[in-house]
Design a protein around this ligand. Structure first.
Ligand SMILES: [Zn+2]
Length: 171
């Protein structure tokens, strides 16, 4: 067993359709591939390829909740859930701390992450949501509050899915 978590998956191919990415998901066995567009959330997936954590915030001054001063949502939303106006894209801080976690010993059907691994929730400064992801380290016990930084699977390593974002302990 390696001390770093590996994926058990295949790369999804990406095709550009205007501003949006359309991915081909090869995991649907003999029934064939599944095609899926990232649509207005494409900048998030492009950001992972560039080593950036792209989120969105509401900047509409008439928004009943955020009044034009929204914090970042991550994962992003294309439109604000409260005023339904387009959100603005911005890069998030890629370092934070473990808000909570679960150690996954046995995965469910279709799990694409080699077990055992830590499923972690991450709190980032300036981000109003909790990011759900996985930790690459698995050779020691972890605790709530441990500091982590984002790690990106890019280039030939990229799966072109949300699995291209992972986290590692900073200490
Ligand atoms: Zn809003």
């Amino acid at each position: 067993m390696s001390d770093r978590v590996k994926l058990v998956t295949q790369r999804s191919e990406i095709e550009e359709k205007g501003d949006a990415w359309v991915m081909t998901w090869p995991r649907a066995d003999e029934r064939g591939a599944h095609f899926h567009t990232y649509g207005l959330l494409t900048p998030y997936f492009k950001g992972l390829q560039e080593g950036k954590l792209m989120g969105t915030r509401c900047t509409n001054p008439d928004c009943p909740i955020y009044h034009g001063k929204g914090e970042l949502w991550l994962p992003p939303r294309a439109d604000c859930p409260d005023c339904h106006q387009p959100m603005e894209w911005s890069a998030a801080n890629a370092e934070g701390y473990i808000y909570t976690y679960t150690k996954v010993i046995r995965g469910g059907l279709g799990l694409e992450i080699e077990t055992p691994y830590y499923q972690i929730d991450i709190k980032l400064d300036g981000v109003c949501t909790i990011v759900k992801s996985y930790l690459l380290n698995r050779d020691k016990e972890i605790k709530i509050g441990d500091k982590v930084r984002a790690v990106f699977r890019k280039g030939d390593e990229a799966t072109n899915t949300c699995l291209d974002l992972a986290w590692e302990l900073t200490e």
